[in-house]
Ligand binder design. Structure first.
Ligand SMILES: *Cc1c(COP(=O)(O)O)cnc(C)c1O
Length: 405
């Protein structure tokens, strides 16, 4: 008898999180390979013409074309769905392909969206530039203010769109309240969970309808590939997302899916360890930054205005924090003095990376909108990696000294 594979929901439903991350979705071929196989194929062959007709009609199971299905990609999708606690998942080529698909697949001219002010630059571009171009109104609110969500609802509000923690200011959204409010108004919540990953936070447990990812970040976690994912109910994925995805083609490559599968194997270890290191480095830096007139933002530190909420809805608070050192000149001086931490705008990587959002990830937006979301000229964002914490402390210590702090 064959051992249970990761594709058997009846068996995998009982697996605990670390087991799901390592074995969920594993779908062995007749060769019994240990590691997931990489199926580099664009198409599939059939034994007879009727099988083709049956598969295209949906009356027979089986792959037809890799824009629609691929075995390696299917393994990744099943693993992410299991980790999220979702009925279904589909992957996309990048995180932004996922966000774009999650919104455009369900919105039409005349609809209204309420979106969080603090967001990744390209997510704000979708809200500020793309959606309005198609006659979809967007109201931007302070996502930490529960009353603002309710006040923004209109009869035609279709979607709530937000990140928590948000990039790069680490604003936290009250998931239970905002998702509950959306439910009572028949509004679909789309949560960008890239900063947490399903290991640290599962928004569906709080009533979120759609959870979207940049899998480039913690899921790959080693800075190798770009990838995106969308989790939801099977009905929403099949009926709302798939007509859009199959015909517009933001498909993830099998190779990149395979790399992310390898990343997920160690995600629980990395996410918790990096969260712990972020808190430790933050605790070391905070008194010094505060003394120099700046401040530090990390949901895992008691100084964060939504610390208690973050601790309640997250299993750990993630590898990313922000520090405001006052001016662009000083922020650049800190970056230029780094000897170990790299100047880089990626996050979720096992290496520690630091960037200046106002001139990089959030450069592509209006000065006013940037200032309103708290992305000041002195703000630095750091992704804390897996290096020895003593080396990170030493590097940041000398960089702050070099910047006169
Ligand atoms: C990086 C990021 C994205 C975009 O993901 P890509 O994989 O780079 O396309 C979207 N949302 C958040 C919160 C991100 O950090």
């Amino acid at each position: 008898m064959k051992k249970t594979t990761g594709m058997d929901r009846a068996a995998t439903a009982n697996w605990r999180p670390a087991t799901r991350a390592l074995r969920g979705g594993t779908w062995r071929s007749e060769h019994g390979e240990t590691s997931e196989a990489l199926f580099l194929t664009s198409g599939y062959t059939y034994d007879d013409a009727q099988t083709v007709a049956d598969r295209f009609a949906g009356t027979a199971q089986g792959m037809t074309y890799s824009r629609l299905q691929n075995p390696t990609v299917a393994m990744l999708e099943e693993r992410i769905a299991l980790m999220e606690g979702a009925e279904a998942c589909r992957t996309q080529a990048t995180g932004m392909a996922a966000m774009t698909a999650a919104l455009l697949c369900q919105l039409a001219t005349g609809d209204h969206v309420v979106a969080a002010r603090a967001a990744f630059g390209s997510c704000r571009w979708l809200c500020d530039q793309l959606l309005p171009k198609f006659g979809i109104d967007v109201t931007i609110i302070d996502s930490a203010d529960n009353a603002a969500w309710e006040a923004a609802i209109r009869p035609n509000t279709k979607v709530f769109f937000f990140e928590t923690p948000a990039n790069p200011t680490l604003d936290i959204v009250d998931l239970a309240y905002v998702c509950g409010l959306a439910r009572t108004h028949g509004i679909t919540t789309v949560v960008d969970n890239a900063f947490a990953s399903p290991v640290l936070q599962r928004p569906m447990e709080y009533g979120a309808d759609v959870v979207a990812y940049s899998a480039t970040k913690l899921m790959d976690g080693q800075g190798r590939v770009l990838a995106g994912a969308i989790c939801s109910s099977k009905q929403w994925i099949d009926e709302v997302l798939m007509p859009f995805q199959r015909n517009t083609g933001p498909t993830l490559s099998a190779f990149n899916a395979w790399v992310v599968l390898k990343g997920l194997e160690t995600l629980p270890l990395r996410a918790f360890k990096q969260s712990e290191q972020a808190v430790a480095l933050g605790e070391f830096l905070e008194p010094r930054v505060t003394k120099a007139g700046g401040h530090l933002l990390h949901p895992g530190l008691p100084s964060h205005p939504q610390h208690n909420l973050a601790m309640a809805q997250m299993d750990a608070t993630g590898p990313i924090f922000a520090l405001d050192v006052g001016t662009r000149a000083r922020a650049f001086a800190v970056l230029d003095a780094l000897k170990l931490v790299d100047i880089s705008n990626n996050i979720g990587d096992a290496r520690s990376l630091m960037c200046h959002p106002a001139s990089s990830t959030h450069a592509n937006m209006g000065d006013e909108a940037r200032a309103a979301m708290g992305v000041t000229e002195g703000l630095l964002r750091i992704n804390v990696g897996l290096e020895d914490i003593a080396d990170l402390v030493e590097d940041m210590d000398q960089a702050l000294s070099a910047a006169g702090m």
